[in-house]
Design a protein around this ligand. Structure first.
Ligand code: T1G
Length: 700
């Protein structure tokens, strides 16, 4: 056995060279890995071998190039050099894939003559999700296997492809029986024996394309990619594969990669990549999560049904309890109906739908929850209703069952306090639709045990959710900050802006939708009911805009009734004269002379509001770290992902502009300015940016 750089080793078995990459946790293609591979390839060239197998130790093949290296000049050898060495190797090389082969890891495999994979492996080129493009041949070798149109779709979506689908697409030559290393090696040896010669993808012609199919794929890719520069570049590069000599196109691809990885957007998306992973960790001793074998859900309304669909999709059985048989049947019918519609749209196979239906146990008796390991309540958002439920569940559930509430606003400590199992109580705050929205706020209450939190986080991962740990407080992380953002949108309206101006400024900035259109979509009556509940305790000194109350008093509850901040005609949003009149009356009542706001003025005020509230959320310890707030706003509230989140974005702004944002927000609300706490909050991110600048220039 020959060991290189401790992260790559070569063994020769039965006349085959086995090159093992061992760089835990995910065999990221770091500089030592690349150097080790190059050294091993030089070694195997000296031996008379039947073939070479590339394989990853531990849980994965190469999960990609090392993302931490992207912000600085890349040290040699670079990945294209390693892949060229594979292509120049005198022996056929087979990539034996288990776990993930993504980005540079999949490009490494595409540089091989053969690829075999474990049935549960995933492959793909997710570079666009990091603001870059494949930089080691992905845009040139992939189309030679899939054709142009499919390659455009796969590269520009960054989609992870299951091994069976990759096999169907011709990306994988054979599937192993399992991810067991021996099973992988056996399959690889067999494949090499079956094709004992070089088969370099770069030498294959790109299949002749149907121009219409390419046009369609391109249009769809740009639409879904929101026209981001790297997606445009990715489309152009894939098309180059059919137009240019391979080496020329490879050089163009590499140059694009080298340029994009040093752009602000790529830094923002790398910040998010690592922030997303950090957000799922909580300060404190990590406890072994309990196993969740069956989930109970109480309440089959919109949220209960969405949570149920998410849990069934994760392969877990569900007991869904409603108040009576009629409500039980209605909820079950809604869920099975949704599954049938997914089959109809081709999003779900009939077998999967059948399995999920079989895993659903509708009920109208709480006692049926006795064998659940986790129970999530999603009943009406009222403290008394939820406390009464928790009291009953406390008597029924087995010891150690995790008891979770889906409340958005209520005090979880007050819920836990009515039980004898406060240590087992946490918040699981899903976002609507619960099976689609990625964000899941995992809320730690005062007495939540570490084990309850670990179990909730493991459950979130099982559901494929982006978990963020929050402390129990009014509005947790997301709703609290979003409420400030929405309040300031209303301040802008009262001060002179129109709903369209506010929403257009937000969408110009990159939000999927403006705050007022979002209000209309979720229904203005929900917030109205809450404002009425809070009226008695509202701070009389705080600025209060009554325009939304006036809209609701006029029956304008939003899209569902054809009118809110906007009129909705045939589902299309239109500025409303009635609303303009209501706004004018509200201003007149306060003798407010409307003034003009530029889009930048509006963006400054809205960002100032977000930053000021975020700083309070962090200072109050509701969020553990700044990155958690970025992850929350991006995954739950439509903040543009490519900007990295509000805090990362702000850390790139000149301090005087941040000061003007905070001042503008303070003046609008009449509250004390938050510049001090905002500056403290941004300091670590500013330091990270300074470090990046140093590294970019190679001076670190
Ligand atoms: N580089 C550096 N660190 C990485 C990494 C990577 N590519 N992938 C994962 N990690 C770290 C991660 O930060 C975490 O660290 C730990 O590994 C476990 O990850 C030239 C340019 C593979 C599916 O985009 O999707 O190649 O937090 O918690 O849930 O064209 O990690 O423990 O300190 O996510 O089991 C393309 C990214 C790069 C894949 C495993 N590759 N990784 O998921 O574990 S671009 C990717 C993932 C590229 C070339 C281009 C997932 C995973 P820590 P984890 P997991």
């Amino acid at each position: 056995m020959i060991q290189h750089d401790a992260v790559v080793r070569l063994e020769i078995v039965d006349g085959f060279g086995i090159v093992t990459i061992d760089n835990p946790p995910v065999n990221a293609g770091s500089t030592p890995v690349r150097a080790g591979l190059l050294a091993c390839l030089a070694d195997v060239a000296q031996h008379d071998l039947r073939g070479v197998v590339l394989i990853g130790a531990g849980r994965s093949f190469v999960a990609g190039s090392d993302i931490r290296e992207f912000g600085a000049p890349l040290a040699p050898p670079e990945l294209p050099q390693v892949i060229a060495a594979i292509e120049d190797c005198p022996h056929p090389v087979c990539a034996a894939i288990h776990g993930a082969a993504l980005g540079g890891g999949f490009e490494l495999a595409l540089g091989c003559d053969l690829r075999i994979a474990a049935p549960d492996a995933v492959v793909g080129l997710p570079e666009v999700t990091l603001g870059i493009v494949p930089g080691a041949g992905g845009t040139q070798r992939l189309p030679r296997l899939t054709g142009l149109a499919k390659a455009i779709t796969l590269v520009c979506s960054g989609r992870r492809i299951s091994a069976p689908e990759a096999h169907d697409l011709g990306l994988i030559d054979a599937l192993a029986a399992s991810s067991d290393p021996q099973a992988l090696l056996t399959t690889a040896f067999r494949a090499l024996q079956g094709a004992p010669h070089k088969r370099r993808l770069r030498d294959l012609p790109v299949p002749v394309a149907d121009p219409d199919a390419v046009k369609t794929a391109e249009a769809q890719a740009l639409r879904r990619g929101k026209g981001r520069p790297n997606v445009q570049e990715a489309v152009a590069l894939v098309k180059l594969s059919a137009e240019m000599p391979t080496d020329t196109a490879l050089a163009r691809e590499r140059a694009a990669f080298q340029s994009l990885r040093l752009q602000e957007e790529a830094f923002a998306l790398r910040h998010l990549f690592f922030a997303e992973r950090a957000a799922t960790r909580f300060e404190g001793p990590t406890a072994q999560p309990a196993e969740i074998r069956r989930v109970g859900i109480v309440g089959g309304g919109t949220m209960g049904q969405g949570i149920c669909r998410a849990v069934l999709a994760a392969g877990l059985p569900v007991t869904l309890v409603e108040r009576d048989a009629q409500a039980r049947d209605a909820a079950a019918a809604a869920i099975t109906g949704a599954l049938d519609r997914s089959v109809g749209k081709g999003h779900l196979s009939p077998d999967d739908a059948y399995a999920r239906k079989a895993a659903l146990a509708p009920s109208h008796s709480l006692s049926d929850l006795a064998d659940c390991d986790l129970v999530i309540e999603a009943v009406f958002e009222d403290m008394k209703v939820k406390q009464d439920l928790f009291r009953v569940l406390d008597t029924m559930l087995k010891p150690g069952t995790l008891l979770a509430t889906n409340t958005s606003y209520l005090d979880i400590d007050a819920l836990a306090a009515v039980t004898s199992r406060a240590a087992d109580v946490v918040g699981l705050h899903f976002f609507s639709p619960a099976d689609m929205m990625k964000l899941l706020e995992v809320v730690r209450a005062e007495h939540s045990a570490d084990r309850s939190l670990s179990t909730a986080l493991a459950f979130a991962k099982t559901l494929g959710k982006q978990a963020v740990v929050a402390r129990n407080a009014d509005g947790f992380i997301g709703n609290r900050i979003y409420a400030a953002y929405r309040r300031h949108a209303e301040f802008l309206i009262e001060d002179g802006a129109t709903p369209e101006e506010v929403d257009n400024a937000a969408t110009d900035f990159g939000f999927a939708m403006g705050p007022l259109a979002v209000g209309d979509m979720s229904g203005l009556d929900i917030a109205w009911a809450m404002r009425k509940r809070q009226a008695a305790t509202r701070d009389p000194a705080a600025r209060y805009v009554d325009i939304p109350d006036r809209l609701c008093a006029a029956g304008r509850f939003g899209r569902k009734v054809g009118g809110g901040w906007y009129d909705y005609i045939d589902g299309q949003l239109h500025p409303s004269d009635d609303v303009a009149a209501i706004i004018a009356q509200a201003r007149a009542a306060k003798a407010i002379t409307p003034r003009h706001f530029s889009p930048d003025d509006i963006q400054m005020r809205l960002l100032g509001a977000i930053l000021s509230e975020a700083a309070a959320v962090l200072a109050d310890g509701v969020a553990q770290r700044a990155g958690d707030i970025d992850v929350t706003l991006v995954h739950g509230y439509g903040f543009p992902r490519w900007r990295g989140g509000p805090l990362w974005r702000a850390s790139g702004e000149p301090p005087d502009r941040i000061a003007r944002m905070c001042d503008a927000a303070a003046q609008a609300s009449g509250a004390e300015g938050a510049l001090g706490s905002v500056t403290d909050m941004l300091a670590p991110l500013r330091a990270e940016r300074q470090e990046i600048e140093k590294r970019k220039s190679g001076h670190a």
